[in-house]
Design a protein around this ligand. Structure first.
Ligand code: NAP
Length: 307
C-alpha cells in the first residue's frame, strides 16, 4: 500500500487524481496540501507541503497537481523528505529544473515520475505500434479548444511559465514524442500573445525528423463549439488519425478498436510499478519542444484576453 498525499487540490486533482487513487487498491490518499483547504471528507488538508510533511500522517509518495510555476519548490521538499514524487504535466516551468529534480531523487533513493496523461489515452499504444514500422512523411497536430470552458479562473496559465495554449498543446507533443519512431526537432514557430498577458493564446509550430518528416502543430485557445484534439500521420501505405486527444483511432478512415480511455488509472498503475521497482521515469521531450518553440517563435501581439 502506497500512502499518498496530494498537493494543489484544484480542477485536475478533483476531476482525475482523487477518483484514480480511490480506484486503485495499491494507493491510499492519506493527506493533502492546498491553501484554500478544500473539504476532502475526513482526509486531513494542510496549508502547504511543508506543514503536511511535518504534521501530517506518514506518507510514502506525493502527487503534485499545482500549476507548473509552483512545482519545483514542492517537488524538492518532497524528494528531500524521502517521498516518491508523481509530477502532473508539465513536469516543471523550466527544462533544467526537471534535471535537478531527477538528480535529487537519485540522491535520496526515491522515484520521480514525470507523468504525461495523454500518452495513456486508449488509441496511443496502437498508433505507436502502427507507426513503428513505417516512415512518416507528414504529420499534423490540430489542438484547438476553448480556454473559457476548460480553464475557468486559471490566471496562472496566462502568467510567465504558465505556457498559455501550450498547456493543452503539450499533451499533443507528449503523444507525438511517444508514437514517433524517431526524435522530433522544432524548426520554426509563430506565437500570438494577447497584449495583456505573458503567454500565447494561439500559434503554430513546425517540426521535423532526421528523415525529413514535415510536422506541424496548429494551436488555438479560442475555439468555441466542437473542440479539436486531432493528430493525423501520413505514411506511404496509409493515413492514421488519433482523435479526441488520443481516445479514438482510425486507419484509412476505418475505426480501430482501442478499448476504454483510462488515462489517470493508467498513470497510477505506471507509478505503482515504478515505486515497486524503485525506478524513476523522467521524460522532458514534450517540454523541450515547447521551450524550443518559445526560443525560436516569432511573437505577434494580439487583442487582450478578457475572461
Ligand atoms: P487549478 O484548477 O488552477 O488548480 C491548481 C491548484 O494548485 C489550485 O487549486 C491551487 O490550490 C494550487 N496552487 C498551489 N500553488 C499555486 C500557485 N502558485 N498558483 C495557483 N495555484 C496554486 O489547475 P488545474 O487545472 O488543476 O491544473 C494543475 C496542473 O494540472 C497543471 O499543470 C495542468 O497543466 C495540469 N492538468 C490540468 C488538466 C485540466 O483539465 N485542468 C488536465 C491535465 C493536467 P490552493 O490555492 O488551494 O493552494
Amino acid at each position: 500500500m502506497i500512502r499518498i498525499g496530494l498537493v494543489g487540490v484544484g480542477k485536475i486533482a478533483h476531476d482525475q487524481h482523487i477518483p484514480a487513487i480511490a480506484g486503485d487498491p495499491r494507493f491510499e490518499l492519506v493527506a493533502a496540501a492546498s491553501r484554500s483547504k478544500p473539504d476532502l471528507g475526513g482526509i486531513p488538508v494542510f496549508h502547504d507541503i511543508e506543514t503536511m510533511l511535518a504534521e501530517g500522517p506518514e506518507l510514502d509518495a506525493v502527487a503534485l497537481c499545482t500549476p507548473p510555476q509552483a512545482r519545483r519548490e514542492t517537488a524538492l521538499a518532497a524528494l528531500r523528505a524521502g517521498k516518491h514524487v508523481f509530477l502532473e504535466k508539465p513536469p516543471g516551468a523550466t527544462v533544467s529544473e526537471v534535471a535537478e529534480l531527477a538528480a535529487v531523487a537519485r540522491e535520496h533513493g526515491v522515484v520521480l515520475f514525470t507523468s504525461w496523461h495523454s500518452r495513456f489515452a486508449a488509441g496511443v499504444p496502437q498508433a505507436k505500434a502502427w507507426l513503428a514500422s513505417r516512415q512518416v512523411r507528414k504529420l499534423a497536430i490540430e489542438w484547438r479548444e476553448d480556454v473559457r470552458r476548460w480553464h475557468p479562473g486559471q490566471t496562472w496559465i496566462w502568467q510567465a511559465g504558465g505556457m498559455g495554449v501550450f498547456d493543452p498543446a503539450i499533451n499533443a507533443l507528449s503523444i507525438l514524442t511517444e508514437i514517433m519512431p524517431t526524435e522530433v526537432f522544432v524548426t520554426d514557430a509563430r506565437l500570438q500573445v494577447p497584449e495583456n498577458v505573458q503567454s500565447p493564446i494561439a500559434g503554430s509550430v513546425a517540426m521535423t525528423t532526421l528523415g525529413g518528416a514535415e510536422i506541424t502543430a496548429d494551436l488555438d485557445f479560442l475555439q468555441t463549439g466542437p473542440q479539436t484534439w486531432d493528430i493525423t500521420a501520413w505514411a506511404d501505405d496509409g493515413v492514421l488519425k488519433l482523435s479526441l486527444g488520443g481516445a479514438e483511432l482510425t486507419v484509412d478512415g476505418v475505426a480501430v478498436e482501442v478499448g476504454k480511455n483510462r488515462e489517470y488509472p493508467g498513470l497510477y498503475d505506471r507509478f505503482a510499478g515504478l515505486v515497486a521497482r524503485g525506478e524513476s521515469e523522467v521524460d522532458v521531450r514534450p517540454l523541450t519542444l515547447v521551450a524550443d518553440a518559445f526560443l525560436v517563435g516569432v511573437r505577434e501581439s494580439v487583442e487582450a484576453f478578457i475572461e
